[in-house]
Design a protein around this ligand. Structure first.
Ligand SMILES: [Zn+2]
Length: 140
């Protein structure tokens, strides 16, 4: 039996897009929602994968991002300020768009899902606002 399950996570995070020509160049934050969707074969125990195992794989990374500032490494002005004031930050090599945050999570989770033989594919679905969402599908 082929099915899909979804586990949801939420966190708060600051960011900005320094090269954006609109409001997103300002320092601001979002209440992010992540839905990890997993498609695969239901085994003899009635599961594709244990929801608790998904949580164990995702939550440590959520903890690193929650109430942090997600900062592109080229945004040296903000980086030096945050470091000078010992503030929580997470540095990435690309702009902190919701598409790239999907990529960030997919890269973290790919090795985990690759170990599970029931899993055919997983999707990282992230809402940056109630009406703005990005989805990345990975076949591990
Ligand atoms: Zn934003």
């Amino acid at each position: 039996m082929h099915m899909k399950i979804t586990k949801e996570f939420r966190w708060e995070m600051g960011h900005r897009l320094p090269l954006h020509d609109g409001a997103c160049r300002n320092v601001h934050g979002h209440s992010y929602r992540l839905q990890v969707e997993v498609e695969g074969t239901v085994d003899e125990q009635g599961m594709i994968i244990d929801f608790n195992h998904i949580s164990a794989a995702v939550k440590p990374f959520i903890t690193k991002l929650d109430h942090a500032f997600l900062c592109e490494e080229s945004d040296t002005e903000i980086l030096s300020f945050l470091r000078a004031h010992d503030m929580k930050l997470y540095v990435i090599p690309y702009p902190s768009t919701v598409e790239n945050i999907c990529r960030l999570f997919a890269d973290k989770l790919q090795p985990f899902f690759a170990q599970h033989p029931n899993v055919a594919c997983f999707r990282v679905r992230i809402n940056e606002t109630a009406s703005s969402e990005a989805v990345l599908e990975i076949r591990p």
